[in-house]
Write a protein that binds this ligand. Structure first.
Ligand code: CA
Length: 195
């Protein structure tokens, strides 16, 4: 039931726009039970994800492996809201990095970008004149500080920091946990109770 409720909860976009609450940061009740993400990961329940910046610079291939070694995957970006959240909250504080790796690539078929799961990339936010496969050797997605963190296809062997993701931890008590941990969202209880 809890999982069903969470699915219903995650499915109501209009309400979810109001609950872009960060987990793992300030404003979260000081209880282990309220940690939807592991230490060092920042979560957004609306996207069902926890994110982690991997500051060590590495190739896209190694970033893919690094995220897997952390129990996650190189991050996907599935909507404009998620795109904005990542740039404004996760990337904006970066002063020294001009780009971050994400999971999309067109290694198999130029200009046909897919996520690591092989699912096609639907939402995009390319920088002007991108993707351009410059020199015929740009096949991995980076978000580019130069262009307000818009997207650029880039050489996979370049060394960049990256963003990993995991699913948020969920269980049958999600509804109660969400309301308890974020009392200001208690108005959601009516919606959540429909399940
Ligand atoms: Ca490019």
């Amino acid at each position: 039931m809890g999982r069903l409720l969470l699915v219903l909860f995650l499915g109501n976009v209009a309400i979810l726009e109001q609950v872009l609450a960060q987990f793992g940061g300030g404003g979260f009740a000081d209880s282990d039970d309220c940690n939807f993400c592991e230490d060092g990961w920042t979560g957004v329940i609306a996207y069902g994800k926890c994110y982690k910046i991997t500051t060590e610079k590495m190739t896209w291939w190694n970033a893919l492996l690094e995220c897997k070694s952390l129990g996650g995957e190189l991050a996907t970006i599935l909507s404009n809201n998620e795109n904005d959240y990542i740039s404004s909250v996760l990337l904006a504080p970066s002063e020294e990095n001009f780009g971050f790796w994400f999971g999309a690539n067109d290694i198999d078929n130029a200009f046909n970008f897919v996520w690591p799961s092989e699912s096609p990339v639907s939402f995009t936010d390319w920088a002007p004149n991108q993707p351009d496969n410059h020199g015929g050797i740009e096949h991995c997605l980076m978000r580019w500080k130069t262009y307000d963190w818009k997207w650029n296809d880039y050489q996979c062997q370049k060394q960049l920091p990256s963003v990993c993701q995991k699913r948020i931890r969920s269980d049958r008590n999600d509804r109660e946990r969400i309301i308890r941990c974020h009392p200001k969202y208690s108005r959601l209880s009516g919606l959540l109770s429909r399940g």
